[in-house]
Design a protein around this ligand. Structure first.
Ligand code: ADP
Length: 239
């Protein structure tokens, strides 16, 4: 976290400066692609556009990382967070034939936090699962759950029936820039940003292997009214 804070202001400045020229590169290469009559120029313009868009995505992730330092916590419903993340990623799942099964805890599961950042965590998990499932044939499934733990914490999990994560790299997946994906697909910052977000919410994040071999990512966060509810439950059981 300290390292990120130190990099923060520098990254914010550079990222902002890069946004405008990148938009120009995207716009101009799109125009060149559309209006050029030479097929080779068209193909090259398209490559320039794709590369500039990728730069734009990297800049956006950096800004996302920097903005972590400016969040003001408000009452946030984990069920709503999961719904928003599912909306953002639905197209990717549908277009690759993945079935997404969702199980919500009853009512609202309230935490004190930043809904956009928490949505980013769920969306990172969902996109990673989609990438993992692209590698397998046949039935592709993602299961998303929100729940309350016995100890009164708010929790959510995302699991898939993909290939899972080899034991040899499990230690490293939360490191910044660690990726097993080809250049152009992975940046290796999704899980490290997710961990920063969860830790800022005083929560825990971890990976576990599903019995079928796939991956499951779990997050637990302090729940508003959580310990009070747990106490009430204990008292009720004790009575
Ligand atoms: P990126 O997705 O850009 O590679 P992440 O930090 O999100 O960066 O993920 C790091 C690595 O963790 C991935 O490259 C992949 O090897 C592994 N990983 C994450 N989620 C899954 C998953 N659901 N199934 C298999 N591997 C995963």
């Amino acid at each position: 976290n300290e390292k990120m804070a130190a990099m923060g202001s520098l990254l914010a400045g550079v990222s902002h400066e890069l946004n405008n020229p990148l938009a120009v590169v995207v716009a101009q290469s799109t125009l060149l692609h559309e209006f050029s009559s030479d097929p080779q120029t068209k193909a090259r313009a398209e490559k320039v556009r794709a590369a500039a868009e990728r730069c734009g995505r990297i800049v956006k992730s950096f800004l996302g990382m920097v903005r972590l330092h400016q969040a003001t916590p408000v009452e946030t419903d984990i069920n709503q967070v999961v719904r928003s993340a599912l909306e953002v990623t639905a197209y990717g799942a549908r277009s690759t034939g993945i079935s997404v099964d969702v199980e919500f805890a009853d009512g609202s599961v309230l935490v004190s936090g930043d809904a956009d950042h928490l949505t980013q965590v769920v969306a990172n998990f969902l996109v990673n699962s989609q990438h993992a499932l692209a590698a397998i044939q046949g039935d592709r499934r993602i299961k998303v759950r929100t729940f309350r733990t016995k100890s009164g914490l708010a929790a959510f999990s995302v699991e898939d029936n993909g290939p899972g994560i080899p034991a040899s790299i499990r230690e490293r997946i939360f490191e910044s820039y660690f990726t097993t994906k080809p250049a152009g697909v992975g940046t290796g910052i999704g899980l490290s940003i997710s961990r920063s977000i969860v830790e800022r919410h005083n929560g825990k994040i971890w990976f576990e292997e599903v019995s079928t071999g796939g991956a499951r990512f779990v997050v637990e966060l302090p729940m508003i009214g959580g310990s009070a509810q747990a106490d009430a439950a204990t008292q009720a059981h004790g009575a």
